[in-house]
Write a protein that binds this ligand. Structure first.
Ligand SMILES: [Zn+2]
Ligand SMILES: [Zn+2]
Length: 211
């Protein structure tokens, strides 16, 4: 638990968080979980159901979590299947991305706690290279993760339709680079999650989950 990490604070139920500020009526936004992972809807939804898979324990990114949690691949596959069932969307139409930052010096999105973005209805969105070097693409997300160690910052992007790849980043990306690219392809006016207010989709999803 890192006191200066907003996801760590949220996961132990503290209210000094972005989530509690925007949604004081809800005590939690967890919609699926395994032993080591939770899923919650993202603040600043790029598409309806845009969610984050988050490690319960603080790691900087998923590559580092893979180094410490031997059955993470099994848990990740399971929780991704659960969340698609819950949202009633097809996994082959989801775009996945992770900023892969380690600290604020590496861009990312302002939150340096491992989180993988799941963006439903965006599986055909080709984000393209963010670093200028095109990565090798793999059929599965897990295979793409096996190519990185988390010591260097990276950007992981993929979908079942075109494959998954991780770019090692020698030069840090400006904050929210991937979000901004995905938002622009999708035609979302707001790419910056910090600008998001309470969202109807989040309220409906959390109300349904609690019902
Ligand atoms: Zn944390
Ligand atoms: Zn993010």
């Amino acid at each position: 638990m890192k006191d200066n990490c907003v996801f760590c604070r949220e996961l132990i139920g503290r209210r000094d968080t972005n989530f509690a500020r925007l949604y004081p009526e809800f005590s939690s936004r967890v919609i699926a979980e395994t032993d080591d992972l939770v899923v919650f809807p993202c603040i600043g939804q790029l598409t309806p159901g845009h969610s984050l898979v988050v490690t319960k324990v603080h790691y900087s990114n998923f590559a580092q979590a893979f180094n410490s949690l031997p059955d993470l691949a099994i848990q990740l596959r399971r929780v991704i299947a659960d969340v698609h069932e819950l949202l009633d969307v097809k996994s082959d139409d989801t775009l996945y991305f992770e900023h892969g930052a380690i600290t604020a010096d590496h861009g990312g999105c302002g939150i340096y706690h491992a989180h993988l973005h799941l963006v439903p209805q965006a599986g055909s969105v080709k984000v393209g290279s963010v670093s200028g070097s095109d990565p090798t693409l793999f059929k599965s997300l897990i295979d793409a993760y096996s190519t990185i160690d988390g010591v260097m910052p990276y950007a992981l992007i993929g979908a079942e339709q075109f494959g998954f790849g991780a770019e090692k980043l020698d030069v840090p990306l400006p904050s929210q680079t991937i979000r901004r690219k995905v938002a622009s392809v999708l035609g979302c006016p707001v790419w910056d999650w910090r600008e998001a207010g309470p969202e109807q989709g989040m309220i409906e999803l959390l109300s349904r989950k609690l019902a």
